[in-house]
Ligand binder design. Structure first.
Ligand SMILES: Nc1ncnc2c1ncn2[C@@H]1O[C@H](COP(=O)(O)OP(=O)(O)O)[C@@H](O)[C@H]1O
Ligand SMILES: [Mg+2]
Length: 873
């Protein structure tokens, strides 16, 4: 069959064979063409027309194509569909007589390595992550090739792995084949939102990886990077490097250091905390709208934006480090003038982090270089704008910045001030930079002047006043004479082309000048391109300095940003210490206070400690402000530990090692599991991983099941935190009033409620937190607000009164006393569910929708009777 194919098709199939998992863009002239299944798929995703092309005797094959200059947009769309694209270019000029030009894959673009900068969101890193597992131990390596960041770590716990995955949110994740087939992989896939690329296991092999890393970074050992004792991380890093080199077809000079980190350096937040606290992404569309990031982000540079995002998702644990950041923020907070100057200058600085990485990867064009040069030109000014007594963190940052006088000099003397986008059409290099180039340019200008002069001379010689000299790409220079004057044309003119009203001629001397001009123009273009590439390589070799300075600029951006936001939003500096207290005076929810339009945000205090006020049970009706209150405490803690000011009048915060959040929010089904199951799994995770320094936020847990179960579980969970997680602080928002009884039984528990005022039939939410419980049940109020018939409301009140008085609480007490006898071993939420009261089983089987109110009451009476008999037995 293959002998029946055209040579081009054969070449195509050879290349395609090597790149089965990617859509192959095959360069034909000015187009990229796709064939076979690639064509069908791409046509569908890209909405382009599917045609066909003769492939030889075998007949026609499906084909679609797109203009090469528009490729980036189409690639972006395919990448967003989780596909890879292999770019196969012509790697030699087509020459006459040659049957087929040589073609080669020059780049493979994958979701994690896509760096077309106009299509890349500048505020987020585009990470690619490589994952390696051995039993319950995990190695991670991740990189952003547009910034040269490369980090590794190891984790020994699944939950930490998942929260790390969620925090990094890689666009693409490399996993070993054996892992992809193992049973732990499904959960991994569920957490990981990016594309998955399965790689052969041997790529993650330690010895091979070690060799790869040593070769790449030109080091003898990994000690300098601090990952010498992390074999799984090394395996992951080696696999990642190999994959990047293979797809980029580049030496990746911009990746020149490995940063090893440990999850224990940062506050750990479980996945749910990231989600529910809406730190950097909201829960609706995963954008930054309505998040803490949005409130805090008034940064002036893209690299500052990215750094701010990292700070939010990695709050610190070390009080000294936190204080150093706070001091730095304070400096900009106190000096409005300096803050303004710095922020004005930052506005003039482009994304030097990504620009210099592009330069180093050989992907920058002349405009990028000019932007880099002009940005670097502001660094010295930025340094000088920081005056007076500066805190150590800022001093270090200022010292870390290079003014790049040399590099700017190279670029300014060489590059034309406004070069074009394309690199091979000339116009890149300044006059006076290279004498050879100047000479060629002189030749061209001179030649063109000669041609202009020729027109005048020929008009005089022939007497044809309308004679014109023109130029087009096909014929080059010509002399044009209108039909009416053809008689006057001299004999040495050579006819070249006939138009409707005119004839075009050439002369030997005109052609001679022409080839001189065109030859010189060609040479100019080549020479300019060469000079440009040399300059780019030279600047690219300075990547280490450039990256360091970019990082310092980002740092100043974030610090001055946090100060600016603190001033504008009236934040204050928190005291952060190693104690276990948490005291916030007039704290606010940073996001909600900005969103509320027609009402003022009501601030609230909190005073928690390791003694009598460790666990708060917070009650209040629906919409009273419970969730807001407990979330704002978590957010204030995070903001303080990232080194920023907080939305409160005063705050004193003992460092928290982990924040856990469990929100029994929506009742939607969740990957096939019932909400309740998910809720229980997540709660179990909290109880098994929290420490005595953790902050636990539980919002309405136990809601996804019957009241009996719900209250029981909630009660047991609180009890567990109280007994086993000594020191941990917890806030528990609930509408189960029964839980308020816990405060009477255990000394670390306090009751709080959100106050409400009744105005006749109305209830007004005051959003003020007060000690104690609220005795009214506002669920019924809400029912009233919703327009339920008065009869139902009053009947509900009566039933409620009954329930509250006797059997309900009595029954619960019975269960809790049983529970309290159990001691020791890890907490397992499921261990006791087999022992439920038979009545619960019957309630479960009841179809409430089919019961008349009367039948329901009858049932209720029946249950009550049985239960009271039960109690007597
Ligand atoms: N401190 C506050 N100040 C002003 N409005 C608030 C405050 N807390 C909550 N609210 C308003 O009440 C609404 C419901 O709050 P939420 O915390 O979700 O109540 P709950 O969890 O008790 O049902 C919020 O969306 C907000 O509009
Ligand atoms: Mg709520």
């Amino acid at each position: 069959m293959s002998s029946d194919l055209t040579p081009m098709m054969r070449q195509y199939l050879d290349v395609k064979e090597q790149h089965k998992d990617a859509i192959l863009f095959f360069r034909l002239g000015d187009f990229y063409e796709m064939f076979f299944d690639d064509a069908t798929e791409a046509a569908r995703i890209l909405h382009i027309t599917l045609t066909s092309r003769g492939a030889g005797k075998g007949g026609k094959v499906p084909m679609c194509g797109l203009p090469h200059h528009a490729a980036d947009n189409y690639i972006a769309r395919l990448i967003r569909h989780g596909r890879k694209v292999a770019i196969c270019d012509q790697v030699e000029e087509p020459a006459p007589g040659k049957k087929i030009v040589k073609r080669q894959v020059t780049r493979i673009i994958t979701p994690g390595t896509f760096i077309a900068d106009d299509l890349l969101d500048e505020s987020v890193n585009n990470y690619i992550l490589s994952f390696n597992a051995d039993g319950g131990n995990f190695g991670l390596a991740y990189a952003d090739i547009s910034t040269g960041e490369f980090r590794v770590t190891e984790l020994d716990n699944r939950e930490d792995l998942f929260s790390e995955l969620y925090r990094i949110s890689p666009a693409e994740c490399l996993i070993p084949e054996s892992f992809s087939k193992g049973k732990g992989s499904q959960q991994f896939m569920d957490v990981n939102l990016g594309a998955i690329t399965v790689n052969d296991d041997w790529l993650f092999d330690y010895d091979l990886s070690l060799k790869e890393i040593k070769n790449h970074f030109l080091v003898e050992s990994l000690e300098g990077f601090g990952c010498q004792d992390l074999p799984l991380a090394v395996g992951a890093a080696g696999a990642l490097l190999k994959y990047l080199k293979n797809t980029q077809k580049s030496r990746l000079n911009n990746i020149n250091v490995i940063s090893t980190y440990r999850a224990s350096q940062f506050m750990t937040m479980d996945r749910n905390s990231y989600r529910h606290l809406e730190l950097t992404r909201n829960q609706e569309d995963f954008s930054a709208t309505g998040t803490l990031l949005e409130v805090l982000d008034k940064t002036r540079t893209p690299m500052g934006k990215r750094k701010l995002k990292r700070w939010i998702s990695c709050p610190l644990l070390d009080t000294e480090e936190i204080k150093a950041r706070l001091d730095a923020v304070q400096y900009f907070y106190d000096s409005g003038e300096c803050r303004k100057n710095v922020r004005d200058l930052l506005k003039e600085i482009y994304d030097i982090e990504r620009l210099s990485n592009k330069v180093s990867l050989g992907k920058a064009n002349a405009r990028d270089m000019v932007a880099l040069s002009s940005s670097l030109g502001n660094i010295a000014k930025l340094r000088d704008s920081i005056t007076g007594e500066v805190p150590s963190r800022i001093r270090g940052t200022v010292l870390g910045m290079d003014d790049f006088k040399d590099v700017i000099g190279w670029m300014e003397s060489c590059l034309a001030p406004e070069p074009p986008n394309v690199l091979k059409e000339g116009g890149l290099i300044r006059d006076g930079y290279d004498p050879r180039l100047d000479e060629l340019r002189y030749l061209v200008t001179n030649g063109k002047d000669w041609v202009t002069g020729l027109q005048k001379r020929e008009i005089e010689r022939t007497g044809i006043s309308s004679l014109k000299i023109g130029f087009n790409r096909v014929f080059g220079y010509y002399i044009e004479v209108t039909k009416a004057k053809l008689d006057a044309v001299p004999t040495d003119y050579i006819r070249k082309q006939t138009l409707v009203n005119a004839e075009r001629f050439i002369t030997p001397e005109l052609k001679e000048q022409e080839s001189r001009i065109i030859g010189a123009e060609e040479r100019i273009k080549n020479m300019e391109y060469e000079i440009f590439c040399r300059l780019r390589d030279k600047v690219g070799a300075e990547i280490e300095r450039l990256k360091r300075t970019a990082d310092c600029v980002a740092e100043l951006d974030v610090l001055s940003d946090l100060a600016e936001v603190a001033v504008v939003n009236r934040y204050s500096r928190p005291m952060v210490n190693e104690g276990s207290g948490l005291r916030v005076i007039e704290g606010r929810h940073p996001v909600l206070e900005k969103i509320l339009k027609d009402k003022e945000f009501v601030p609230n205090d909190i005073r928690m400690d390791a003694g009598h006020s460790r666990i708060f049970i917070i009650t209040g009706s629906n919409m009273a402000g419970k969730s807001t209150y407990i979330r704002q405490i978590a957010l204030i803690t995070i903001m303080a530990q990232m080194g920023g000011f907080v939305p409160a009048k005063e705050a004193e915060i003992g460092v928290v090692d982990r924040i856990f959040t469990r929100v029994g929010a929506s009742d939607r089904l969740y990957r096939g599991m019932s909400t309740f199951m998910v809720e229980m799994l997540e709660t179990a995770n909290i109880l098994n991983n929290a420490t005595g320094r953790s902050l636990i936020i539980l919002d309405e847990i136990g809601r996804g099941t019957s009241t009996f179960d719900g209250v029981s579980i909630a009660w047991a969970v609180v009890e567990f935190i109280h007994h086993r997680l000594s020191g941990a602080k917890a806030m528990f928002a609930t509408h189960y009033h029964e839980l308020t009884e816990l405060a009477g039984v255990m000394k670390g528990i306090k009751n709080y409620h959100l106050t409400v005022q009744e105005w006749g039939d109305e209830i007004v939410f005051l959003y003020k937190v007060a000690e104690g419980t609220c005795d009214e049940s506002f669920g019924i109020h809400v029912a009233k607000l919703a327009g339920m018939p008065p009869g139902v409301i009053s009947r509900a009140r009566a039933i409620l009164n009954n329930l509250q008085k006797d059997s309900f609480t009595g029954n619960i007490r019975w269960r809790f006393s049983e529970e309290q006898k159990r001691e020791g071993k890890q907490f397992d939420l499921f261990e006791d569910f087999s022992r439920e009261h038979p009545i619960i089983g019957r309630i479960r089987e009841m179809d409430v929708n089919r019961l008349t109110p009367l039948e329901a009451l009858g049932k209720m009476a029946e249950f009550k009777k049985e239960l009271s008999e039960d109690g007597k037995r």
